[in-house]
Design a protein around this ligand. Structure first.
Ligand SMILES: Nc1nc2c(ncn2[C@@H]2O[C@H](COP(=O)(O)OP(=O)(O)OP(=O)(O)O)[C@@H](O)[C@H]2O)c(=O)[nH]1
Length: 356
């Protein structure tokens, strides 16, 4: 065996590899507000939707390009809400995103006729490799408060230009993307308002009915128990009479905080009406429901009240699938148990146990 290392063959003249590297866009001056506006829409990582898919389809057809994308520029990535012509791609790093450059000028379409001729993009990995971008035009998606959230962009693998009509059409479609985002945001907001109690911020009766129906179905499907607490503030009329209705309103707000504090994150608290609240306790059997009720009762009793101490009485109940009851009966039984707790002196829990 020789200790002399083998002589490597002459490598010949060196060829510099063309290294892909992106010229990163600067951050917009209003980046914090821009990201806040984007997050307000709650659109990131949502499933595909026909209305957005339709817009990219129309954009690709109008501009006669193989690729069109609705892309939203998140903190470290651009995420695609809708895409034509890029199978399976849902996001790329922000560092290589053309759109990260486009959002710097919210009032203009960024048009790159030939990426290989543009020092910002000539060595971009999306140009030198898949999807081999040569032409790019991105119309910023500008929210009503002036934040550029991302772009509607059209892309080709050959150099080209947009005609003035195509530019106008692309800008119009970008406005339609924002209109769709606004519409969805408004609907979500309205839906939240219609299920929230204005005074306390707790879920309202409508939300309770919906959640009880959903939890009841789950309870029947998984054959897991379902607990329910009916909670009523004690002597609240006296409190109102003594301190006035507005102070009573403040106390109801404080009560909701006390009621929520011992509940688990998947429990559901709603204002049933007036000074009565209801909590749905998924998977809680009779023992779990009465223990949770006692924790809730104690939390209210232990609250540092602003005006005068308040207590609650609680009717607790838990359904097992073999009980063969319906959700209305569950609520009625919790109400009966609450009545018993009131009769027994208030500031206490009564567990409903007898089904037959
Ligand atoms: N401030 C305020 N009071 C409310 C609200 N909703 C219901 N109430 C009051 O809650 C009181 C309920 O009175 P009652 O049903 O007699 O019950 P209670 O005085 O709590 O007596 P028990 O339940 O038997 O302990 C009434 O005075 C209602 O006006 C509200 O939104 N704000």
């Amino acid at each position: 065996m020789s200790s002399v290392p083998p002589v490597s063959p002459d490598p010949g003249p060196t060829i510099e590899p063309v290294l892909a590297s992106a010229v990163q866009a600067e951050l917009p001056v209003n980046e914090v507000a821009r990201l806040a506006a984007l997050n307000r829409y709650g659109v990131l990582d949502t499933p595909a939707e026909q209305a957005f898919d339709d817009i990219t389809t129309v954009a690709a057809a109008l501009c006669n390009v193989p690729i069109a994308v609705i892309t939203l520029v998140d903190e470290h990535r651009q995420w695609f809400k809708a895409v034509v012509g890029l199978d399976g791609t849902t996001e790329t790093p922000r560092s290589v995103a053309f759109c990260a450059h486009a959002i710097l000028e919210p009032d203009q379409i960024l048009e790159v006729p030939d990426a290989l001729d543009d020092p910002r993009f000539a060595r971009n990995p999306l140009v030198l490799g898949e999807p081999n971008i040569r032409f790019y035009a991105g119309a910023p998606l500008v929210s009503p408060d002036g934040q550029a959230l991302g772009t509607l962009c059209v892309i080709d693998r050959v150099p080209r230009h947009l005609s003035p009509r195509e530019r106008n059409a692309l800008a119009s479609l970008a406005r339609q993307v924002v209109a769709q985002l606004e519409l969805r945001h408004l609907v979500a907001d309205l839906s939240l308002r219609s299920t929230t109690d204005v005074l306390t911020g707790a879920w309202n009766r409508r939300a309770f009915d919906q959640r009880l129906a959903a939890e009841w179905n789950r309870h029947a499907r998984t054959r897991s128990p379902l607990g329910l607490l009916m909670i009523d503030v004690d002597h609240f009329k006296d409190f109102n009479d003594r301190f006035g209705h507005p102070t009573g309103d403040g106390a109801l707000v404080q009560i909701v905080q006390s009621l929520l504090q011992p509940l688990r994150s998947n429990d559901f608290l709603a204002r049933f009406g007036g000074e009565e609240f209801v909590a749905i306790l998924p998977d809680a059997d009779a023992t779990g429901a009465s223990e949770a009720a006692e924790r809730v009762r104690a939390a209210v009793e232990g609250t540092a009240w602003t005006f005068h101490p308040l207590t609650v009485s609680i009717g607790a109940v838990a359904a097992q699938p073999e009980h063969g009851i319906d959700p209305h009966t569950l609520v009625a039984q919790a109400d009966r148990a609450l009545y018993r707790a009131k009769q027994a002196g208030r500031n206490r829990v009564h567990l409903f146990e007898r089904w037959n």
